[in-house]
Write a protein that binds this ligand. Structure first.
Ligand code: SAH
Length: 246
């Protein structure tokens, strides 16, 4: 096995299929970003394509509109494992946007925003495409920040029923109900799982109808202790639990 790379301090995102080696022109946006950061020709960069490839490259030329690099070597990065889908009830836009980069850093593979009964529905407000684009950009920036070559999938679902539910090894919902199991009691489930799906309610919690939906599907509910966490704290804690405790 070859030695792991240390990613360069300057990281660029480029979804196009770049050559494994050789000269490559970055997108104008990335050129501007390198200019702002005053990166000098000769500096080493890391390229990420969002689909698992990352490359070591050297900056050959830079001006306001263009950046040419010499790709030295391209490698495949392992996808964050186990596969983690996090379904989160609709938070208000500011909280949602603040949370997104942290979920990316924690390697959540699929981030699903669910417009639950008590959610702040952004779908009704319209401008969905603009929001989707903005959120995707936040995820791209986070990938660059943490040198992750896998852009998570970002899904917006109108209700619990609208969420695509491929089979997973472990599925849990975070709940404040008394019959919830402690995280340590479901730890063995996490240890063996290749894929997980976890549900977190919105600020207004899951409605009774939604709680019934989980119960009818026989999903275990998990507790994170006696305090009522904000939905984003709950989501981030569960993502961290999945990533750091195995
Ligand atoms: N407004 C509600 C709290 C909602 S908290 C109230 O005041 O009672 C938002 C979501 O975070 C919940 O639906 C649940 O999924 C999750 N959550 C918050 N604290 C939790 C805890 N201690 N254990 C498990 N899940 C929790």
């Amino acid at each position: 096995m070859s030695a792991p790379w240390i990613p360069a301090a300057f990281r660029c995102f480029d979804e196009r299929d770049w050559p494994e080696q050789g000269a490559w022109d970055l997108l104008q946006e990335e050129a501007r970003h390198l200019q702002v950061r005053r990166v000098k020709p000769g500096s080493t960069l890391t390229l990420l394509n969002g689909k698992g490839a990352w490359a070591e490259a050297r900056l050959l030329h830079l001006d306001k509109r263009s950046a040419r690099v010499d790709i030295l070597e391209t490698r495949q990065q392992e996808q964050p494992f186990p596969q983690l889908s996090l379904c989160i009830g609709g938070l208000k836009a500011s909280a949602w946007e603040e949370m997104l980069p942290h979920l990316v850093e924690l390697g959540v593979n699929r981030i699903i925003r669910v417009e639950t009964d008590h959610a702040v529905s952004l779908l009704k407000e319209g401008k969905l495409e603009a929001k989707r684009k903005r959120w995707r950009e936040k995820c791209v920036q986070a990938c660059k920040q943490c040198a992750l070559a896998w852009l998570p999938e970002l899904v917006i679902a109108e209700s619990l029923d609208a969420v695509d539910l491929p089979p997973v090894d472990v599925e849990l919902w975070a709940s404040l109900q008394e019959d919830s199991r402690e995280l340590r009691d479901v730890h063995s489930l996490l240890m063996d799982a290749k894929s997980l799906r976890i549900w977190v309610g919105p600020e207004g919690d899951f409605s009774e109808r939604e709680q019934l939906w989980f119960r009818e599907r026989h999903l275990p509910s998990v507790s994170m202790g006696p305090r009522i966490l904000r939905a984003e704290t709950a989501a981030l804690s569960l993502a961290a639990w999945c990533r750091l405790s195995r």
